[in-house]
Design a protein around this ligand. Sequence first.
Ligand SMILES: *Cc1c(COP(=O)(O)O)cnc(C)c1O
Length: 438
Amino acid sequence: MLKKDTYVSMSIPALSTARENLIEKDKNDVLASFRDHFSLPEGIIYLDGNSLGPLPLGAAERAAEVINNEWAQGLIRSWNTAGWFEMPSRLGDKLSKLIGGNDGETVVTDTTSLNLFKAIASTVRIQQQDAPGRRVILSERDNFPTDIYIAEGISDFLNSVKEETGEHYEVRLIDETLSLEDALDDSVAVLALSHVNYRTGAMWDMHAVTDQAHAAGALVIWDLAHAAGAVPVDLNGSNADYAVGCTYKYLNGGPGSPAFIWVNARHQGRFWQPLTGWWSHAAPFEMTDSYTAANDVRRFLCGTQPIASMAMVECGLDVSLAADMELVRAKSLALTDLFISLVNERCGEFGLELITPENHADRGSHVSFRHPEGYAIIQALIDRGVIGDYREPEVLRFGITPLYLSYTEIWDAVEILRDILETQAWDVPAYKNRNAVT
Ligand SMILES: *Cc1c(COP(=O)(O)O)cnc(C)c1O
């Protein structure tokens, strides 16, 4: 896996943006064949793989196998005979390879929100023992809301049970008025950040930030929701403490597919998490009347897992594991550069404001623009077969996924965007009614 520095110095020649050159570029694209692993509808340019990845072809087959064979025929026996019970760890080992983890450090389980709860609780507990005065959970105001809400929930819970002691926990957020450096004082127990920002696509330097937090005495949790499968991640190389993330975004695991949690092997002897369900017990089927934690990463499990959904996660993982992450990153940068240049060239006069960092080392694999009519523009694009999404406030977000997108599709998407802006096709009431999911 490439170190991030390599990308900073890697010069990616500026692409000619003429469509015939892009057709040529697609012909020579060594990742082009990966598109054949996915089922994508005809006539759609899918720029939302950062929100819900498409269906890997193998997943439909695998789902049929789980349902018709393992469940219908195998029944309860399949927990043993079809490998259901080991699935969280077996898939965790596969996932580990994509994020710079080792075997035995990752499990696939639960949701990102739940896993973040476990990870924060775990770091707070370690700090209670090692540095009891540290009671700040540090995150950033611009983080994905669930990450902030979960931190608040833990802090509120700790405060409610410790009311009389005066040991007050709090959530502190980095923003324009508070830098990471200033926020990292000796009251911080844990720093919990998203590697790639869900809204802007801005990427933290995992290695540098982890070093900085450790030097200040804090533990570090990385949320890899928009990073796993999208950018090279090196958790052990960065010496991170914990990480969590989704499998339904760039890892193409399916709607609501189980998430993952990684813990650095150095914490495995002592880490603890409060959702002490029986799947995290050292010997669940001894049915003992008291809890003893499993002595490995299974300690992060809680209860019975969603096997059918988890089985499909493996199909997405297998596709990502077959791709060279170095090539995926190079193509991601080339495609995002192309998208940014074309929007500049072709849509410059329509008031789209780029909010994604242009510097390669500072961005993930999606590109976002602000526009006051962002929601309506996205609806108009979707009607024309270009699927992106909308995030408050005023943000049009486009996921750029090298495994199934071509250079010409980026060109075509920008032409459709230009047409919508030029003709003001977005300016109709139907495009302004908000759906429940934006
Ligand atoms: C998508 C995303 C989540 C989603 O959490 P769920 O529990 O799966 O709903 C969490 N954090 C970040 C940073 C995300 O981008």
